[in-house]
Design a protein around this ligand. Structure first.
Ligand code: FAD
Length: 640
């Protein structure tokens, strides 16, 4: 080699060395040396992570890190991210798995203070109800599976007790040994979930009073039922977990009483849509105590619990389940100075970033924007938690992902029936002051879940809320036996895509007689609402019946009219209407109804064209009946 070439080569090597050293000097002007010692047991040699992260800055090694090795691969290692995840169930596990799919070189560690990772919280009521027989079936993934399939380390019984944002470390208490150690992160994801609310009432810690959040909770409830041979259960709270537990305890042969402080169960529904559920529960022997609050507990005779109520009444039960909601688990975030919103959830933006760089948060612990009202909301559901976990991983890995907002799309099975909803209820819109200016309208319908001529059709009661000006779909609630959730899912997607009632009208959906109708309930909802917007159908509502000076006109058949009608209604069957039209006043409003609103729509179209001041009562007599409180005492089936 000629001396000139050798000196150039030497110089080049020198420059490369200086460049490499400069790269290793971090933003705090500290020289960082080692590559990560893979703290994931059995971590194989990993290829380069080529995914650049605009979100993460240059990595800073911190105290407490495992950094014992130095190797020439150090520059490559700088590209690796250390992602620590607090909470390993819905949001956390989903984030971890997605992060691994995006980067083979990231180091991913999940910490969970519990005994399990990635278990099926949503299956717990069915484990108590013995529908899910084996506890192991609740385990969606084990630490071994995470390690072997995804090269993700899971540390259980590992309680994350503090975050040091400046040093980018967390402190973890090993609940087995009691020792506390630190771990450094490039990206920290909080998915700590929520805690069941347990009010500070006298006797709250008595044996036999349970909350349901974890596998051990469900195991304890099962054991208690078996050991005490429980016959009577009292459920505090008539929300969806209360309803799922009601179903499962009824299934196990217990007599169930539900105490709910509001005037209806399923408080996220509008009262008239909760009414069929209440009627169903009463018919199945479930006792409902509405407008009632539990004030304390005491031990009664023969192991029974005495439950004191605000009205002065007392109930007794072998088992009490507290289903009164959850509170976002924000202790860690608050202590670290992260912003917490007015609903008590960790504030995140659409990219799931908290107020602090390098920290993301997802799931039940966060408050995010509502897709319809654009207000912040805490919506503790598995779907949003999973999607948010995935989005956080995407963002950490430099992708342009963002969360579209929550709609609260939910479904609950109750004793053979189904209730589902998406978007804000009328009640919620009224609370936010959004209803009263007339921007929103609603319609009710009760179509069969499939073609009426095919055996077995059962009705779906559907309420659709939409904007009057442009027909944008806002929300929907439905109750029935079959096909309920499918319709709500279609409407949920329409809402997310800012779709209108005209889109529902035109939606092309599956049809064969055993599955649906050529005009699917979703199409019907769109058509009815579109008729309202176009002025083809003028509608009135059940809640205005008591105040209206209008003539109420029943157009059903005589036998139907005889079996019950809206008080004070005149009666002209639809088939006689054209002949007897002269009996109707032209100088007075007329509100027509039939059983579900279809025949009265035909009547109102005819009368409108003859110049009558006619409106159709949306949802007809059925909606009127649904708006009346049923007798809440059960039919006597299983009650004492
Ligand atoms: P979680 O799944 O609760 O996980 C949080 C984890 O973080 C926990 O394991 C906890 O131990 C751990 N943790 C918390 N703090 C720390 C810490 N400091 N250090 C270490 N670990 C920590 N949703 C639906 O959509 N449909 C349903 O049918 C449904 N049914 C449900 C039934 C029941 C009985 C329950 C309890 C919930 C149900 N949910 C349902 C709600 C759903 O399970 C939650 O929305 C979802 O699990 C939230 O996910 P997450 O990751 O935010 O929190």
């Amino acid at each position: 080699m000629r001396p000139f070439t050798a000196s150039v080569l030497l110089r080049l090597v020198g420059y490369a060395l200086i460049a490499w050293l400069l790269c290793r000097i971090n933003k705090n002007n500290k020289l960082t040396w080692s590559v990560w010692r893979p703290s994931v047991r059995g971590n194989p040699a990993r290829p380069l992570d080529f995914i650049a992260s605009p979100v993460l800055g240059t990595h800073t090694h911190q105290a407490g890190e495992n950094q014992t090795e130095f190797s020439a691969k150090g520059f490559d290692a700088m590209q690796r991210k250390r992602i620590l995840i607090v909470g390993g169930v819905a949001g956390g596990a989903s984030c971890a798995a997605r992060a691994r799919r995006l980067s083979e070189t990231a180091e991913i560690v999940i910490f969970d203070r519990g005994d399990y990772v990635s278990f099926a919280n949503c299956g717990l009521p069915y484990y108590v109800g013995d529908v899910i027989r084996k506890e192991d079936d609740l385990l969606v993934a084990t630490p071994e599976l995470f390690r072997e399939r995804f090269n993700i380390e899971v540390r259980l019984q590992a309680d994350v007790v503090a975050i040091d944002r400046n040093r980018q470390t967390i402190s973890v208490r090993d609940l087995r040994s009691g020792s506390v150690y630190e771990e450094a992160y490039d990206a920290l994801v909080l998915s700590p979930g929520a805690t069941p609310i347990r009010p500070n009432l006298s006797g709250i810690d008595l044996p036999g009073i349970f909350s349901l959040r974890t596998i051990p909770d469900s195991r304890r409830i099962r054991e208690w039922i078996d050991r005490s041979q429980a016959k009577r259960a009292l459920i505090v709270g008539g929300g969806y977990i209360g309803m799922e537990m009601t179903e499962n305890l009824v299934r196990r042969g217990l007599a169930v009483t539900v105490v709910e402080m509001q005037s209806q169960i399923m408080p996220l529904l509008d009262p008239e849509m909760a009414m069929p559920v209440q009627t169903l529960l009463a018919s199945e022997g479930v006792r409902l105590r509405l407008n009632e609050t539990v004030t304390g507990f005491a031990a009664g005779e023969s192991g029974l619990l005495r439950v004191q109520l605000a009205s002065g009444a007392e109930e007794s039960a072998d088992l009490v389940l507290l289903c009164i909601g959850v509170r976002p688990e924000t202790g860690l975030a608050r202590a670290a100075g992260l912003e917490v919103g007015e609903h008590g959830g960790i504030r995140v933006d659409a990219r799931m970033r908290t107020s602090s760089p390098h920290i993301w948060a997802v799931g039940d612990a966060v408050e995010v924007r509502d897709a319809v009202t654009h207000r912040y909301a805490v919506v503790p559901l598995a779907g949003p938690a999973n999607r948010q976990g995935r989005i956080a991983a995407d963002v950490i890995m430099g992708r342009e992902a963002s969360f579209r907002g929550v709609q609260g799309t939910s479904v609950v099975g109750i004793l053979g029936s189904v209730v589902a909803f998406t978007g804000p209820s009328e009640k919620a819109l009224r609370k936010f002051g959004l209803w009263d200016d007339g921007s929103y309208e609603k319609i009710y319908l009760h179509p069969g879940h499939h073609a009426g001529y095919y055996p077995g059709a059962s009705p779906i009661s559907l309420k659709l809320i939409f904007r009057r000006d442009d027909g944008r779909v806002v929300s929907a609630q439905a109750f029935g036996k079959e096909g309920v959730e499918r319709r709500i899912d279609v409407i949920a997607m329409t809402i997310q895509k800012s779709g209108t009632v005209f889109d529902l009208e035109e939606a092309e959906l599956c049809y064969a007689p055993q599955f649906g109708s050529a005009k699917d309930p979703v199409n019907m909802a769109g058509m009815i609402a579109a008729n309202v917007i176009r002025g083809d159908a003028r509608i009135a509502h059940w809640e205005d019946l008591e105040r209206t000076p209008a003539l109420i006109l029943d157009v059903r058949d005589p036998a139907e009219f005889k079996s019950g009608s809206i008080p004070g209604a005149a009666h002209i069957p639809l088939d006689e209407l054209r002949r007897r039209m002269g009996e109707l006043p032209r100088d007075r409003d007329i509100w027509a109804y039939c059983f579900v609103g279809q025949r009265s729509y035909y009547a109102s179209r005819a009368l409108q064209q003859y110049g009558y001041r006619i409106k159709n009562i949306s949802g007809g007599y059925k909606t009127f009946l649904q708006s009346r409180p049923p007798a809440l005492e059960p039919a006597g089936k299983k009650a004492e």
